[in-house]
Design a binder for this molecule. Structure first.
Ligand SMILES: [Zn+2]
Length: 396
């Protein structure tokens, strides 16, 4: 599971919601009255949400994958419109955009129970029609991870399971993670064939690639090891999965590489673990400059200028991006994630095109938490019109 953003609600759904919720409130949700006056067994909540515009928007937002387990859902039988909060209990959220995902047929079979943290109040049904906008969702604390609100990598890990002869499975690293695995049956996730593909991906690509790093280290060739490690990130995390046979499983690859990273103690050789490859391409395509009180307090006036210059520039020359990163990292320790968000660029781009060269050239170093500038804020251009290319977002 990775974090996902749905994007804008399709107008068609808002239109359906506006009258269907109102009608359900008036007449109840148990039965529908047919035109001839008899009762239908079709529930009002069976209708009105499964519309092409919704499916299309979600298919695009989810890159054709299940919101929960990331199995490809392009084949019709694996393409279900799913309610995060089950409509059996949360009937008024049947037509709410923030409650809908496309899911594979294993994940959409999740049970109708929706456990929440003990002591938190479940959402109550509305008592009057709210025809516009979504309903407040903040009063309860669900245990099931929501790909739009949670950072799944904090709760779920992909890990080798002892005694399975090289089997890799998802496991929950927190209570919510375990609850999510149980609810979605993520243990037998990934459709069988897809799981086989994944294992093959590990054996065919990841094992040999990390092996090259290990053997270079064993021979004492740190330079070659570092180059091989950088190639791993390029090939498995940041290349286009549509055109690269090596990159169809970014998230499992990341966990595999992290396990290798820790086992091989790469940090001791000044190698840095890659940032998590979630929604790398989902950042705003046209970030606007931030107001002064929207910028982090830690930033110096100079760093603020740099940040807003970059945010406002559609395409910034490379040396301007580098100057901005150096200025920001002179004001404390910054992760790639935080830099990407601050500057409005994709994480992969920040890591690959800027942070990595700056570390290599001795301008940045990793202090265990994030990157800091070496030698303070020795930065230059803010204005100027040099030629340069600034790579922008990458898809999943
Ligand atoms: Zn699924």
């Amino acid at each position: 599971m990775i974090r996902r953003q749905r994007g804008t609600e399709p107008l068609e759904l808002a239109r359906e919601r506006s009258w269907r919720v109102a009608r359900a409130l008036l007449y109840g949700v148990d039965r529908t009255v047919r035109e001839d006056g008899t009762l239908s067994t079709t529930q009002p909540t069976d209708l009105g949400y499964n519309i092409p515009a919704v499916r299309d928007a979600l298919r695009t937002a989810q890159y054709g994958r299940c919101a929960y387990c990331a199995t490809r859902t392009v084949e019709a039988s694996y393409d279900h419109l799913e309610h995060y909060r089950p409509r059996a209990h949360y009937w008024w959220l049947t037509w709410t955009w923030e409650n809908l995902w496309l899911a594979c047929n294993v994940c959409q079979g999740k049970s109708n129970s929706f456990p929440c943290e003990p002591g938190t109040e479940p959402l109550a049904a509305p008592t009057r029609a709210a025809v516009d906008g979504a309903f407040a969702l903040s009063t309860e604390r669900p245990l099931l991870l929501d790909p739009a609100c949670d950072l799944p990598q904090h709760h779920l890990a992909f890990a080798e399971v002892e005694g399975t002869n090289g089997g890799w499975f998802w496991k929950g690293t927190t209570g919510r993670g375990q609850e999510t695995i149980a609810a979605l049956h993520l243990k037998r996730v990934i459709r069988h064939t897809e799981y086989d593909d994944l294992l093959q991906h590990i054996r065919r690509w990841l094992e040999p690639a990390t092996q090259r790093v290990a053997s270079a280290l064993a021979e004492g060739d740190a330079e070659r090891a570092r180059a091989a490690w950088e190639q791993c990130g390029d090939a498995f995390l940041w290349s286009d999965p549509a055109t690269s046979s090596e990159a169809p499983f970014r998230v499992p690859s990341w966990w595999y590489m992290r396990a290798f990273y820790e086992r091989s103690e790469l940090a001791a050789h000044a190698m840095v673990m890659w940032c998590f490859p979630d929604h790398a391409g989902d950042l705003p395509p046209d970030p606007r400059p931030l107001l002064d009180d929207e910028l982090p307090d830690a930033l110096s006036p100079e760093a603020r200028l740099h940040v807003n210059y970059i945010r406002g520039a559609g395409v910034a020359p490379k040396e301007h991006m580098e100057a901005a990163i150096k200025a920001v990292c002179a004001c404390g320790s910054w992760s790639v994630d935080a830099l990407a968000e601050l500057l409005g660029r994709a994480k992969g781009t920040i890591q690959k095109a800027y942070v990595r060269p700056l570390v290599r050239d001795g301008h940045l170093r990793h202090d265990g938490e994030g990157y800091v500038s070496v030698g303070g804020a020795n930065t230059e251009p803010i204005d100027g019109t040099e030629d340069g290319q600034d790579e922008r977002g990458e898809g999943e």
